[in-house]
Design a protein around this ligand. Structure first.
Ligand code: AKB
Length: 320
């Protein structure tokens, strides 16, 4: 039976992952932590501890108190926020990761942390980006992600910590909105579509990025952590993606369900530049071969579910 410590448990991934893990492993076996408590289900449905991930002693105390055997480290700044506050991002993203790895080492625990398509850069092959390729990101977030992947590999090789990670694309969910990412437009667009029937995109038409619906991302985490360790050639981290689209294509998908939906553009140069430095689409073959990565949602299936969940009473127009 796993006993899991989650950092950043009230964030975009954490607030849903905490609930999924509590369903699988039992509420008392999933210890949610975050910098502040709130009244969300993730904070209320099982053990919760206030934890600043830059405080190694406190992290160790919490890990000991609950005798955890798994550490899932999610607390981090996303790409656009990290670009606005690079020094703070380095300290939080790298300091938090190092503390979480140290805690996993002390507890002899299994370890997970997400990497990102942000680990790639402008000199990376843009299409079908391979698992092993050039990684020279030009953002602080990307620098943190590449360094983080190397650090997690180091803890595996040097100390035998069972570290595992996923290079997530943009994650789309109707539960907890993301904050400070470059791919966030692909979440905002659904909220605005349901509310106002239109959306002004800060990412330009023709800009392709990988994306994944949150239920697939959560399942991928569970599957990777349950995978047979001896089958893993790559650990930190696996390319995983379910779809790649540009703003025109997501808008066209939404218009199938919300007729008359309109997209316009007011490009944010900072986030546009970040997006242009990332791949158009990544290749998830290693994840499929080494631990059976799969996904259920393509763009239209995700769009239908997002709209259904965001506007439960709307009359759906099923394309056909
Ligand atoms: C971001 O846009 O910063 C994140 C990511 C792709 O890592 N969603």
């Amino acid at each position: 039976m796993k006993r899991i410590l989650i950092t950043g448990a009230l964030g975009q991934i954490g607030s849903e992952l905490t609930l999924k893990l509590r369903e699988i492993y039992g509420a008392d076996n999933v210890i949610a932590t975050d910098i502040k408590k709130n009244d969300s289900e993730a904070a209320q449905s099982g053990p919760f501890e206030v934890l600043d991930v830059t405080d190694l002693n406190r992290m160790g105390e919490v890990a000991q108190k609950y005798k955890v055997d798994t550490v899932m480290h999610l607390a981090a700044l996303l790409s656009a926020t990290a670009e606005a506050r690079p020094l703070f991002a380095w300290n939080l993203n790298m300091g938090g990761l190092l503390n979480a790895l140290e805690t996993a080492k002390e507890m002899k625990a299994q370890f997970f942390t997400p990497s990102s398509i942000g680990a790639f850069g402008p000199t990376t092959p843009k299409d079908d980006t391979p698992q092993d390729t050039i990684m020279r990101p030009t953002t602080m977030y990307g620098v943190n992600k590449v360094a983080g992947e190397l650090l997690a590999d180091y803890y595996f090789q040097k100390f035998g910590v069972d570290t595992r990670g996923l290079r997530f694309p943009g994650l789309i969910s109707y539960v907890t909105p993301p904050g400070g990412g470059t791919t966030d437009y692909a979440v905002e667009i659904y909220y605005e579509a349901v509310k106002n029937g239109r959306y002004t995109s800060y990412i330009d038409k023709g800009t392709y990025m990988d994306m994944m619906y949150m239920p697939d991302a959560l399942q991928a985490i569970v599957d990777l952590m349950e995978a047979d360790s001896t089958k893993l050639i790559h650990r930190n981290s696996f390319n995983v993606s379910a779809m790649s689209f540009d703003p025109e294509e997501i808008a066209a998908s939404i218009a199938k369900y919300i007729p008359g939906f309109k997209i316009s553009y007011q490009v944010d140069p900072v986030r546009q530049k970040i997006a242009e430095s990332w791949p158009n689409s990544i290749d998830s073959t290693a994840a499929k071969e080494e631990w059976g990565f799969k996904f259920d949602y393509d763009l239209d299936k995700m769009t239908m579910d997002m709209i259904e969940k965001l506007r439960p009473n709307m009359q759906m127009r099923i394309p056909g």
